[in-house]
Write a protein that binds this ligand. Structure first.
Ligand code: NAD
Length: 281
């Protein structure tokens, strides 16, 4: 018999979080986010615009630095150093990808760990692994937030993550472990993906591969979190999961768009507010 699949509404949850943050800021908190982008990248422009809009909505000051394509690694690091020492800036974000001639890792690692609201610097990644997290990467923590707000149990569940990037898969595996899940990470060299996911309670796909997960591959009642952002052959936005075939098979599923994506921005805003609160305490 088909299951009544519930859609996890990331847009709704992200709006609730933004309202909560707006109220917190209205109590008299000053919060600033600096965003550095380099060169012309259409996708980056859209992402930065969305972040600026979210900042405006909840009352965070945003400082957008749009630097020319020929900017050097050293010049970006000089700007980061200025922002590290600027008391009006609580969070610093480097919009990725940077142009090829720039040493992305060196730039990201130059951000003060207490302003690294993306949670990408080695110290913050290490803190997560050691179980004493500081700032956590926004997409993985947004996924945990979605599961919790929908009261989906994580403790003792079998979770399979598809994708092992430092941005999503790896930090998410640590977060799920910290929640007492049993975690398997799959990737492009995994033999027989189906064998890994067929009895999973929660499947999180973050690969950028269309239709990688289909309804006939999953256990009845599994929870599906689709992180992928892809365009189908008609240019329509879609995830990694064949959404239609999972309806009736999954207990919960995130749509694309409107699932994990909006949560990433909401958690970035939350990290900025956390940073500002720490400053005044
Ligand atoms: P990435 O390219 O760094 O990593 C992709 C991962 O998928 C790799 O670990 C690779 O081994 C694995 N993979 C690729 N093909 C596979 C296959 N056939 N079987 C199993 N594993 C396979 O990507 P990323 O930065 O982690 O992003 C992954 C996807 O998530 C992309 O579509 C990206 O756009 C999206 N994304 C969405 C958000 C959001 O806010 N919704 C945030 C970050 C990334």
């Amino acid at each position: 018999m088909d299951i009544d699949t519930k859609v996890i509404d990331g847009s709704k949850i992200s709006s609730i979080i933004k309202e909560e943050l707006k109220k917190e800021i209205a109590l008299g908190l000053n919060v600033g986010l600096a965003v550095i982008m380099v060169g012309d990248n259409k996708a980056s422009e859209i992402y930065v615009r969305n972040k600026r809009k979210a900042c405006e909505y909840i009352g965070i000051k945003s400082f957008i630095y749009k630097l020319p394509e020929e900017t050097t690694t050293g010049q970006i690091m000089e700007l980061v150093e200025v922002l590290n020492n600027d008391n009006t800036v609580d969070g610093i974000l480097i919009q990725l990808p940077l142009p090829n001639h720039i040493n992305t890792d060196e730039v990201v690692q130059s951000i003060d760990k207490n302003k690294d609201v993306d949670g990408f610097c080695h110290e913050n990644l290490g803190a997560l692994i050691s179980g004493t997290p500081n700032f956590i990467s926004c997409t993985p923590i947004g996924i945990i937030e979605l599961l919790k707000r929908y009261e989906i149990p994580i403790d003792s569940q079998k979770c399979v993550i598809i994708g092992r990037s430092s941005l999503v898969g790896k930090p998410l595996s640590m977060l799920l472990l910290n929640e007492n899940a049993t975690v398997t990470i799959c990737h492009s060299k995994t033999n027989n993906l189906y064998e890994q996911i067929k009895d999973a309670d929660i499947i999180i796909s973050a690969t950028g591969q269309i239709n990688l997960v289909t309804g006939d591959m999953i256990k009845k009642g599994a929870v599906i979190i689709d992180v992928g952002i892809n365009k189908d052959k008609d240019g329509k936005l879609c995830g990694d999961v064949d959404y239609a075939s999972c309806i009736g098979a999954a207990s919960f599923i995130t749509p694309v768009p409107g699932g994990v994506g909006p949560m990433t921005v909401a958690m970035l805003m939350k990290n900025c507010v956390t940073s500002a609160v720490r400053k005044v305490n």
